[in-house]
Design a protein around this ligand. Structure first.
Ligand code: PLP
Length: 245
């Protein structure tokens, strides 16, 4: 497949470098090791050719949020690249789409319901049986920080029950937690709240150490509060087209 034109590749290279610089500076400011925070490039809405350009620039893991766009793109890119690449599902998943996500995703950041846990476990089990995947599906539980019902995420009070269900699943592996800071209030305040919830959660689930937090607008606050993975779209890819949900 062709790569994007030289202008686009140049823009991606420059933006990627500044995002990497920002992340490094955030780690220094928080007195953290830069290797402890992954930069996940969010490529939703952007073509497979952009992902290939990012692979050329050294990126190996990508975040996608819309199925079937995500599965198609992952297959297209993987067919052109010999290095192992990781594709993470970071958006809300309709139960009926769990089947395909269970085939291509290395990690799901947005698990929040019992129903989706069952559906993903089922899908990943089948994909393991058929050889479409070789390892269990890593999952993060998305926490709903402000209680807004349309926000996605599990309420903190139900977090432990959901974690127990994931741990009882055969083809899922509980890796940690994920948050999206709500618009109102400050990122600093939301990340501090998330860090408190995470601290309590880790007591009962000491192996679930991953913490996916921070996006283009709030990665510094997230890193200061323990993020192990920042999901950066706009700051690297440019603005996405506006679409109604
Ligand atoms: C789109 C998206 C991002 C990236 O957001 P930007 O503000 O563009 O960096 C991060 N996380 C999730 C869950 C997303 O859907």
């Amino acid at each position: 497949m062709t790569r994007p034109d030289v202008t686009r590749v140049g823009a991606l290279a420059t933006a990627l470098e500044s995002a990497q610089d920002r992340l490094r500076a955030a780690c220094v400011a928080a007195d953290r090791d830069a290797d402890d925070v992954e930069l996940l490039v969010v490529t939703k809405f952007f073509p497979a050719s952009d992902v290939l350009a990012l692979v050329d620039l050294g990126c190996r893991s990508f975040g996608e949020s819309r199925e079937p766009e995500a599965g198609r793109k992952a297959a297209e890119v993987r067919s052109e690249v010999t290095d192992p690449l990781a594709f993470h599902m970071i958006g809300q998943i309709q139960t009926k789409k769990a089947k395909t996500v269970g085939r291509w995703a290395d990690r799901v950041h947005s698990l929040a319901t019992i129903r989706l846990t069952d559906a993903l476990d089922d899908a990943a089990t089948k994909a393991l049986d058929s050889g479409e995947r070789s390892v269990p599906l890593d999952v993060l539980l998305q926490i709903n920080l402000d209680g807004a019902p349309d926000r996605g995420g599990v309420m903190p009070a139900h977090l432990d029950a959901l974690a127990d269900q994931v741990q009882a699943a055969t083809a899922l592996c509980l890796r940690g937690l994920m948050v999206i800071a709500p618009q109102e209030g400050t990122a600093e305040q939301w990340m501090a709240t998330a860090a408190e919830i995470r601290e309590r959660f880790l007591v009962g689930h000491p192996d679930a150490t991953e913490f996916s937090a921070g996006m283009s607008g709030d990665l510094e606050e997230a890193v200061a509060h323990g993020s192990t993975c920042v999901r950066v779209g706009t700051a690297i890819m440019g603005s996405r087209p506006i679409v109604s949900p």
